[in-house]
Design a protein around this ligand. Structure first.
Ligand SMILES: NC(=O)c1ccc[n+]([C@@H]2O[C@H](COP(=O)([O-])OP(=O)(O)OC[C@H]3O[C@@H](n4cnc5c(N)ncnc54)[C@H](OP(=O)(O)O)[C@@H]3O)[C@@H](O)[C@H]2O)c1
Length: 268
């Protein structure tokens, strides 16, 4: 049995695995021989992925169709995983609501907070406790480079990512002595469906795009080694400049201007 599987198997639970970074996490875990429970809303996508992973890697899978903003989402996840040992939780599902803060509905922002903040916090509490009882495990949070500085026109989204960054960095210290590794991965721009949000077109903006597979690989490699990572050299440099070299106000003005260029004026 490989070392990764011993430390973080036999099962991983990946939220937001129906596309993008979460799907790549699931693929790479399966390639490491870990059984994967994949959760998201789109059942057809989850079942297709589960079939692909079983056929290719001869592991076990479980597709959990669930809306993480629904009131009963915890019951659905807990009953779907009650008979399996989760050694790795990947809190990956997330969404944004681009545009000027007051242009979006309060309901929409409340759902984003439930998805990006409340669900990862609650899942971590539940599965973290199980991992401590098991005496081993790992938890990965997917934040964003926006979580380091904030982002005009994605203000609520960036604030949710700052929460994850702080929660995960603190839990890295708290849970280490109990045998559980915690890591926060803060990607920069990554080619996924999320970057095709309504009212946005970031294609012409000079950003260093990464592939979802490279982001997932960087996360799995750093788990157990580090508390936080920013995948990609350019993203590390950008974030260093924005948080350590420029004033916060200058960095946010620049970042806000860049975001606004990629957005339909109707949402600004
Ligand atoms: N792409 C980037 O540039 C970028 C940069 C920094 C951070 N991130 C973060 O990376 C993570 C993954 O995003 P991605 O880029 O891979 O985008 P993506 O391809 O759009 O994936 C988002 C995933 O979250 C799931 N999801 C969304 N709403 C959900 C809900 N209410 N309940 C359950 N699952 C839900 C989606 O599945 P369903 O629609 O099937 O539910 C999908 O599987 C997110 O946390 C995002 O904030 C992305």
């Amino acid at each position: 049995m490989n070392e990764f599987k011993t430390k973080y198997g036999p099962w991983a639970l990946v939220t937001g695995a129906s596309s993008g970074i979460g799907k790549e996490f699931a693929r790479q875990l399966a390639a490491n021989g870990i059984n994967v429970a994949v959760a998201a809303r789109r059942q057809d996508r989850l079942e297709e992925l589960a079939q692909e992973l079983e056929n290719k890697h001869h592991i076990q899978t479980r597709a959990i169709p669930v809306d993480l903003t629904a009131v009963n989402y915890l019951d659905i996840i807990q009953s779907a995983t009650a008979d399996i040992e989760i050694g790795l939780l990947i809190n990956n599902a997330g969404a944004g609501a681009p545009g000027a803060f007051l242009r979006q509905s309060l309901d929409n922002y409340t759902r984003v907070v439930q998805l990006n903040v409340t669900a990862p916090m609650q899942l971590t509490h539940i599965f973290g406790e199980q991992m401590i009882k098991q005496g081993y495990g790992g938890i990965i949070f997917i934040s964003s480079i926006a979580g380091y500085m904030g982002s005009p026109y994605m203000a609520n989204y960036a604030a949710t990512k700052a929460y994850l960054l702080n929660l995960g960095a603190a839990l890295h210290i708290e849970l280490k002595s109990k045998g559980v590794d915690v890591l926060v991965v803060s990607p920069g721009p990554t080619r996924t469906e999320m970057m095709e949000m309504e009212g946005t077109d970031f294609s012409s903006i000079p950003m260093n795009w990464m592939e979802a597979g490279a982001v997932a690989a960087a996360g799995l490699q750093a788990l157990g080694q580090k508390s936080t990572i920013i995948p990609g050299g350019m993203n590390k440099v950008m974030s260093f400049m924005a948080t350590r070299v420029m004033s916060r106000q200058t960095a946010l003005t620049m970042f806000g201007n860049m975001m606004a260029k990629g957005m339909d004026p109707a949402i600004l």
